[in-house]
Design a protein around this ligand. Structure first.
Ligand code: NAD
Ligand code: PRE
Length: 364
């Protein structure tokens, strides 16, 4: 398929990752972007992620075939309003926002007809900004579409083709259903993670031992508490009905297990943990995009200065690209556990061979 020009409003983690993935697939496609942060635009231009940028939403977007709205949800609605008088009738405007009902209602009231298709890639990270963007982010991730009733099949097909080309899996869901689903599997989990972090901050002992001793369990469940407050404020304000409904239900569930624990009802406590374990074990970790797509090994190393450089040089001398490398601090004051993430399985396998050959203990 031929794509000549694509526009981006907002060029952070998601916008930047989409732009990078599109550049990989459609090498001759020109990308123009607008972001309120000119530094992000300059970075993207220097790294050739985009071909041009503007500092206002103007006629530069007129001849785009597709425009991706990748700012926080409410800012996407404002941008949609500004773009409508500018774009030509064949252009598709789509967004990547985490909530769908508000933007779909706005698009209907703006008479977008078949020019807007709601979208939401179910992939991301707690990091934000263009510097965290990754062209592999959407591989194997579901990408939800919520077209307006007036959307044309041709436009939906075109968008689905692009989504498929960047390695994601398109799926069409009705907006209110989308918002209930994402409130339960994404929005409330983020609120719970942040609540836990705030709780520790408030309950910590004067010597800050909670902060020092928090290990894998706390860190695993709270990774997403590091996400952008700008983004989450707007997700909560545009999906408040579904989020509060799910929080009510969560509070009921929490009260039930609290009561069982208070009464030492061991049968209930056991069944609480066994049912959650059994259901959690049915989730596939293969199709969740970025996080689970990483090819990671851990290596037992002495935690000494220069060890990261030593291993990075060894792998680089064997033409192996490292995506991420760092000491896992869960085992402070012991030997270090060096975590290395690769881009592909081949790099992972070759690294294991090389490091084991050098007598390192390697775990996959
Ligand atoms: N982070 C995730 O995991 C994730 C996943 C799926 C969807 N989303 C959605 O993607 C969108 C972007 O999130 P992100 O993670 O890329 O955030 P981000 O903070 O990394 O990027 C947002 C970008 O939008 C820019 N921006 C802010 N206001 C703007 C405005 N008025 N006009 C133009 N640009 C503006 C910011 O400067 C920034 O560069 C949000 O709507 C979010 O709900 C995020
Ligand atoms: O993996 C993460 O860090 C994410 O938070 C990604 C995540 C989520 O799974 O909740 C966050 C918000 C989105 O709208 C979609 C995906």
């Amino acid at each position: 398929m031929n794509l000549d020009k694509i526009g981006f409003i907002g060029l952070g983690l998601i916008g930047g990752s989409l732009a990078k993935a599109i550049k990989v697939q459609y090498k001759t496609c020109k990308i123009i972007a607008f972001d309120i942060d000119t530094t992000s635009l300059e970075t993207a231009l220097n790294e050739k992620i985009i071909d041009d940028y503007t500092t206002v939403i103007d006629n530069n977007f007129q001849d785009c075939q597709i425009i991706f709205l990748c700012a926080p949800v409410e800012n996407n609605i404002e941008a949609l309003n500004k773009l409508l008088p500018i774009i030509n009738k064949d252009c598709i405007i789509t967004d990547v926002g985490s909530t769908k009902e508000k933007i779909i209602d706005a698009a209907i009231s703006m008479n977008c007809d078949n020019r807007f298709i709601g979208g939401h890639p179910m992939a991301g990270s707690e990091k934000s900004g263009i510097t965290a963007a990754d062209s592999h982010l959407f591989e194997n991730a579901y990408y939800i579409l919520t077209p307006l009733p007036a959307a044309s099949e041709d436009k939906i097909d075109l968008l689905q083709t692009i989504i498929t080309d960047i390695g994601a899996l398109p799926i069409v869901i009705e907006p209110s259903k989308h918002d209930f689903i994402t409130a339960t599997i994404s929005h409330v989990p983020h609120i719970i993670a942040s609540t836990l972090v705030n709780l520790v901050s408030e309950l910590d002992t004067p010597d800050k031992h909670m902060h020092t001793l928090a290990a894998g369990g706390f860190k695993d469940i709270t990774r997403i508490a590091s996400s952008s407050p700008d983004m989450w404020e707007q997700i909560c304000s545009t999906n408040n009905k579904q989020i509060t409904k799910v929080i009510d239900r969560f509070q009921q569930e929490l009260s039930l297990i609290k009561e069982s624990i208070a009464k030492c009802n061991n049968e209930n406590i056991y069944s609480f943990f066994s049912s959650s374990r059994d259901f959690r074990n049915t989730f596939s970790d293969k199709n969740t995009g970025f996080i689970m797509k990483s090819y990671k090994i851990t290596v037992d190393v002495i935690d000494k200065p220069g060890i990261i450089a030593e291993i990075a040089t060894l792998l680089s001398n064997n033409n192996i690209n490292i995506k991420n490398i760092g000491i896992n601090n869960n085992r402070e004051h012991q030997e270090g556990v060096l975590e290395i993430v690769f881009y592909d399985l081949d790099s992972q396998n070759r690294s294991i061979e090389i490091l084991v050959g050098m007598n390192y203990r390697v775990y996959v």
